[in-house]
Write a new protein. Structure first.
Length: 110
């Protein structure tokens, strides 16, 4: 079985691969009645935060699935949800896992 970060985003089909609070163990952020996966990543400075933002941006373009990114001095907030279905999709969890892996890999270089 593949881990989430090894998966690729899949196409959206109404009613398919939709993730709800009942079939996941996470408590997603519910903003404007839209569940979202949200995490803040900490960095030593703005340059590192911006570099991380750019890596996530490249990943988003490659996978065709784009998060909300807020970059500030020493931190990047990444929020995943699927705009098209106004809910969480399996792709959001895949991309969140990939984001966590990228951060973990970068963190080891500090």
């Amino acid at each position: 079985m593949y881990s989430l970060q090894e998966r690729f985003s899949s196409s959206y089909k109404r009613g398919k691969n939709r993730v709800t609070a009942t079939n996941c163990r996470l408590e997603p952020v519910d903003e404007q009645d839209i569940p979202k996966l949200d995490r803040v990543f900490k960095f030593k400075n703005f340059v590192d935060a911006l570099a991380f933002t750019n890596v996530i941006g490249d990943l988003a373009e490659e996978q065709g699935h784009h998060p909300k990114l807020i970059t500030e001095w020493g931190r990047v907030q990444v929020t995943w949800w699927t705009h098209k279905i106004r809910n969480l999709h399996r792709n959001d969890f895949v991309m969140a896992a990939k984001t966590d892996q990228i951060y973990s890999d970068i963190e080891q270089t500090f």
